[in-house]
Design a protein around this ligand. Structure first.
Ligand SMILES: [Zn+2]
Length: 433
């Protein structure tokens, strides 16, 4: 039954907008609507003011966390420091889970929803990378300074401001510093956090990177290492056998002709090729690494099927090319990581709340799909978003990465605090998202 038919007759345009918003929500959440933001709640107001006033504290956190290296799978030292800082803020039940996520709890006063806000500990940078932060005016330069030391600093700033202002929320808030967001980590922090049986998390917010953007959809990705293998031999003496590099070439030629939709955005890339011994050797190996992405789970699955078919056809063709050869080439496909996709949903309760919170602070957050920690809960149907942590970032994933706090960097943590407070059940004024 269409939800709109349940609505009473509406007299004012404003009520109509409200009703339409409610109509866009899943039935279970409709009871909580309309979206409201506790912007004028006295304790929240004082917390927002404190975030602006104590902006230097937030930046100090960002710098000092960044200077603790956290290569993929080596997040422990940074994790221990985040645990210490959560404890120093007086949060409860601060602990590391078995995969290495740091979790701190701020108990709610009642039975409201449990809201988790997280930044990721890991960087893409290998051990030995110089992570000293260079400062010039409001600009900070260091690998990882924005992605995701800004997120971690934001999580700390929100926790501190809520503690100091003694904000009481009906729902419990979990402050999290998680492992494994970047490529090699393959979302292992999230996979563990949302394992079965599930921990109670009703809303999940990842703070990742810089700016004031909102991620409401998950770009799914699928990565493979493809290896064509054969006996190999002398280019002249052993001529007449199937050639792994030729099989690889056939496969790349097919992949390069794939057609994918522009909407939902779907992409493919052969990013690395390897193999070969010398110019006069039939290589025993032809290998490539391939990355495929889509905003749509269906399109990603279609692309994946097309990709697998292309690999098999290339293999068959190369072997058929040399019917009299003693040995054939074989194909090995190694999964390098899968991130689930989830369709963009700007009308979910969590997205509307984030948009309304932005409006209450004077900005309109641009929305889109991305590949972040929120992919995983989104793919499970748990309301999840990723928000930026404010400021202006450049060169993420490069050693020249920089973060400029500008004049309004504090709006990132303020935004996060408002979203968390609203989702944890503090009611307030209605803002048009
Ligand atoms: Zn990140």
């Amino acid at each position: 039954m269409p939800l709109l038919s349940l609505m009473p007759t509406l007299s004012t345009p404003r009520a109509l907008v409200g009703a339409l918003l409610v109509a866009a929500l899943p039935l279970t959440l409709a009871a909580q609507a309309p979206v409201s933001v506790p912007r004028e709640h006295p304790a929240v107001k004082s917390a927002l003011d404190a975030i602006q006033r104590d902006n230097a504290w937030t930046l100090e956190q960002q710098v000092s966390i960044c200077e603790i290296p956290a290569p993929p799978f080596k997040e422990e030292v940074r994790a221990a420091e985040m645990k210490r800082r959560f404890e120093a803020l007086g949060l409860g039940n601060v602990h590391l889970d078995s995969i290495g996520n740091v979790i701190a709890e701020r108990k709610g006063t009642g039975t409201g929803p449990t809201v988790a806000i997280a930044g990721h500990l890991d960087t893409v940078f290998p051990e030995g990378t110089d992570v000293t932060v260079k400062k010039a005016g409001t600009k900070l330069t260091a690998p990882g300074i924005g992605d995701d030391c800004r997120g971690l600093a934001t999580v700390l700033a929100v926790a501190r401001a809520m503690q100091n202002a003694k904000i009481e929320t009906p729902g419990t808030i979990l402050f999290i510093a998680n492992v494994g967001e970047e490529g090699p980590g393959n979302l292992r922090g999230m996979r563990y956090l949302f394992r079965k049986p599930p921990m109670k998390i009703d809303y999940f917010i990842s703070v990742d990177g810089t700016g004031l953007g909102l991620t409401t959809g998950a770009v799914g990705s699928q990565r493979y290492l493809v290896q064509y293998q054969g006996p190999g031999g002398h280019s002249y003496g052993a001529f007449g056998m199937a050639n792994p590099i030729h099989a690889l070439g056939r496969a790349i030629a097919k992949i390069s002709e794939f057609t994918v939709p522009a909407t939902p955005r779907t992409t493919f890339n052969v990013g690395m090729v390897s193999g070969g011994t010398s110019v006069n050797t039939i290589s025993p190996l032809g290998a490539m690494e391939v990355d495929m992405r889509s905003e749509s789970p269906q399109e990603l699955a279609k692309l994946d099927a097309q990709f697998n078919a292309a690999l098999q056809t290339a293999l068959r063709e190369e072997n058929a090319r040399w019917p009299n050869a003693r040995d054939t080439v074989s194909l090995k496909l190694i999964d390098m990581g899968i991130r689930p996709a989830a369709q963009v949903n700007d009308t979910s309760f969590i997205a509307l709340t984030a948009l309304a919170a932005g409006k209450s602070l004077g900005f309109t957050a641009p929305t889109g799909a991305s590949s972040t920690d929120a992919n995983y809960p989104m793919s499970l149907g748990i309301p999840a978003i990723t928000i930026d942590g404010g400021g202006v970032g450049r060169g993420a994933h490069s050693i020249a990465e920089s973060y400029d706090d500008g004049a309004e960097g504090f709006k990132g943590p303020q935004w996060a605090l408002l979203i968390v407070s609203a989702l944890a059940g503090l009611r307030g004024a209605t803002y048009q998202p």
